[in-house]
Ligand binder design. Structure first.
Ligand code: HEC
Length: 287
């Protein structure tokens, strides 16, 4: 592929004067904009795979570079090597939210996104808070055990079987989100065509549908769980917060969740899917 040159600069995308600005990258010969730094589309599946990308940063920020390598406070990280999921899980009451896996109350997330903690502020490297979101999504989507019986499918697993490709195509969910503009006019597809940070936006209906229905961390780009009811809802909060550049996404191009038609399409598709759930006409879970 031949690059014609970088036409979008951070200055056109973002308001002036903010740190850590994002560059949209070059334009291809066929007119497609791409971000050369976007990692390829991959599909994390297990808890361990979802945890892996955050392990070293937890260790560097909270362990070796922080106070949690043992001894003081909550010693949830070893002195050397990457963090392990087992150790983090041992401190789930302190770290992983109430209710469990609730990002807003999980200190593992909030203390690494620049909020005040122990008299200071701490920031993970770019991507780790997204990685925590993705890991939590995988855990929330895992079958619920207990009671000694067979594990029951989680709400997100059930939802994955209720989503229908024809509805998805008719509502044009993928296309509208791919082409949704930010305030600097850079569409989501420029940086999310391969699923950066768990948000996949491109015009290939089938591909986006497959990833959103088969992998909880990608489902979490469009749907989340209502912590109060445990029901699947549209990920309006996350999509709104990122567009408003709330921590830890202060460098993200600003956009309005409800500008244009993308949110309407997603909400209509949600209603189609909910109708199948309520009518009991869903297929089997896809993960
Ligand atoms: C210029 C590149 C660029 C564009 C355009 C862009 N994003 Fe992003 N997006 C990023 C980067 C980089 C990250 C990871 C770091 C961050 O969040 O700032 C990200 C992260 C995200 C996340 C995950 C954040 C989290 O942790 O919850 C969501 C959701 C998201 N973007 C949605 C969108 C939507 C919706 C659009 C279009 C309206 C969009 N992005 C357009 C670069 C971009």
């Amino acid at each position: 592929m031949k690059y014609l040159g970088s036409i979008l600069t951070a200055a056109t995308l973002l308001s002036a004067g903010c740190a850590g600005e994002l560059d949209a990258g070059p334009i291809l010969e066929d007119g497609t904009l791409t971000d050369p730094n976007e990692p390829p589309l991959v599909a994390p599946q297990s808890s361990e795979e979802a945890f892996a990308p955050i392990a070293q940063d937890l260790q560097d920020t909270c362990g070796n570079g922080g106070c949690h390598a043992g001894g003081t406070s909550v010693p949830f990280l070893p002195a050397t090597g990457p963090a392990t999921m087992e150790l983090v899980m041992q401190y789930q009451t302190q770290l992983l939210g109430n209710p469990l896996w609730d990002q807003d109350t999980a200190t593992l997330y909030t203390y690494g996104d620049g909020r005040s903690h122990a008299g200071g502020t701490f920031n993970y490297q770019m991507g780790t808070t997204s990685g925590i979101s993705a890991w939590f999504a995988v855990e929330k989507a895992a079958p619920t055990g207990g009671g000694g019986g067979a594990p029951q499918p989680s709400a997100m697993q059930i939802w994955s079987g209720c989503m229908d490709l024809t509805d998805w195509e008719n509502r044009n969910v993928a296309g509208l989100w791919a082409n949704k503009g930010t305030n600097g006019n850079a569409d989501c597809i420029i940086c999310h065509a391969s699923g950066r940070s768990g948000f996949l936006a491109n015009v290939n209906d089938q591909e986006v549908f497959d990833f959103v229905t088969q992998y909880p961390s990608y489902m979490a780009g469009y749907f989340s769980l209502d912590p109060a009811t445990g029901e699947v809802i549209v990920a309006e909060q996350r999509l709104t917060d990122v567009g408003q550049r709330k921590a830890p996404n202060q460098s993200h191009p600003a956009y309005s969740y409800s500008a244009g038609n993308a949110n309407n399409a997603l909400e209509a598709f949600y209603a189609d899917t909910k109708a199948r759930l309520d009518a009991g006409t869903c297929g089997p879970p896809r993960f």
